[in-house]
Design a protein around this ligand. Structure first.
Ligand SMILES: Cc1ncc(COP(=O)(O)O)c(C=O)c1O
Length: 374
């Protein structure tokens, strides 16, 4: 009776079961910016939503002209090339339907954003993984040739969770593939230890650059994202014409958030400043704590996460479960297909005092267990 695309394994894994039972005192996975003790301007949000213009409805496939202009100004794009969406996830869905027929493939980085599996599956698209290879740091290892059924390449830069920013070599390899590229830049405003993403989409035949209020202003609840279309003008025009038909069938971006966009985007600077201060402080704390231990943290170019390499004396899930018993919540690396070795993922968005105490405990427990087991 139901579709194959919704035939998913719904049995909770041991980590999720344990997580549901335990209430960790030291949660190092906090990545919801609205619950991370960050400066979120509740009063301004409410004021922005109170514009009397919200009483009017105008069906606009790509969003209301004023909202598109506001977003375009904020991201340095031409308004005609900006498509508003309700979220980045929705943007992926629109682009998969624009570029792929059911059964087609998109090249996708691994390790990366776990939601890709579901997003692709729900649109009948196959993920053809390419590796972010690890040799002390991560680097995108793109194939010289794409599989014949590949219709696009996904890029997340900085990547979630490795923080990897795509460099010149990776952009050249992408140009050689001659495929449309979907570039998820939601973490580009949060550089850490690596180069800042330099918008190297120049020279790609067609590129779709994704962003949204969710990460840019820490307002995921507002449901406003965008696609910036770039590339060969004829291909851009054709892509926009087709996207318009797709977007017109849903008209999913709410009117209130579009009117509120100028007020909400004005909040980007203080939010980003606070996040950068926090992620830098937490990363510095983590680096100090792992010095001289069996744990290590490769360079984090940018973003909100750090991957912590732990000894292979236990699986990542066993380490994460053991830590949970001691009140420390982290994510096991397999959630993101992190390999080789054993990895734990921590969110650098965690409030500093919790991060410092939790990470110190993580290091002490791993070191203690490792020396007793090995
Ligand atoms: C790489 C990446 N893209 C997109 C998103 C989600 O963005 P949105 O809330 O706009 O769907 C996330 C959320 O964590 C993410 O990690």
């Amino acid at each position: 009776m139901f579709s194959h695309r919704t035939e998913l394994d719904r049995a909770p894994n041991p980590f999720e079961e344990a997580r549901a039972r335990a209430v960790p005192r030291l949660d190092l996975t906090v990545s919801n910016p609205s619950r991370a003790a960050l400066p979120v301007p509740a009063a301004e949000v409410l004021r922005s939503l109170g514009d009397p213009a919200v009483a009017d409805y105008e069906a606009a496939s790509f969003g209301l002209p004023r909202a598109r202009e506001t977003v375009a100004r904020a991201i340095g794009a031409e308004p005609e090339r900006v498509v508003l969406t309700a979220s980045t996830s929705e943007a992926y869905g629109l682009l998969f339907r624009l570029l792929c027929d059911p059964g087609d493939a998109v090249l996708a980085p691994t390790p990366s954003y776990p939601l890709f599996d579901h997003l692709a599956r729900f649109d009948g698209v196959r993920l053809a993984p390419y590796e972010l290879a690890f040799d002390g740091e991560w680097w995108p290892s793109l194939p010289a040739e794409a599989p014949p059924d590949a219709r696009a390449v996904l890029v997340v830069s900085p990547n979630n969770p490795t923080g990897t920013v795509f460099g010149d070599e990776a952009w050249s390899a992408l140009r050689r593939l001659r495929l449309p590229v979907i570039i998820d830049e939601v973490f580009a405003d949060f550089p850490l230890e690596g180069p800042v993403s330099d918008g190297a989409s120049a020279g790609l035949p067609l590129a779709f650059v994704l962003g949204g209020l969710s990460k840019r202003c820490g307002l995921p609840q507002m449901k406003l994202g965008w696609i910036r279309v770039e590339g060969d003008p004829a291909l851009v025009a054709e892509a926009l014409a087709r996207l318009e038909i797709l977007a017109d069938a849903y008209l999913s971006v709410g009117t209130p958030v579009q009117h509120a966009a100028p007020g909400l985007l004005a909040h980007a600077a203080p939010f980003q400043k606070a996040v950068r201060a926090r992620t830098r402080a937490n990363l510095a704390t983590a680096r100090t704590l792992v010095r001289g231990t069996a744990l290590s943290i490769p360079r984090v170019d940018g973003g909100w996460y750090a991957c912590v390499r732990v000894p292979g004396t236990r699986s990542d899930e066993a380490w994460a479960l053991g830590l949970l018993e001691h009140g420390v919540r982290v994510q096991p690396g397999y959630f993101y297909d992190l390999a080789p070795g054993e990895w734990l993922v921590v969110s650098l968005l965690t409030p500093e005092p919790i991060f410092a105490e939790g990470f110190a405990k993580l290091v002490a427990l791993v070191e203690g267990s490792d020396s007793t087991s090995g």
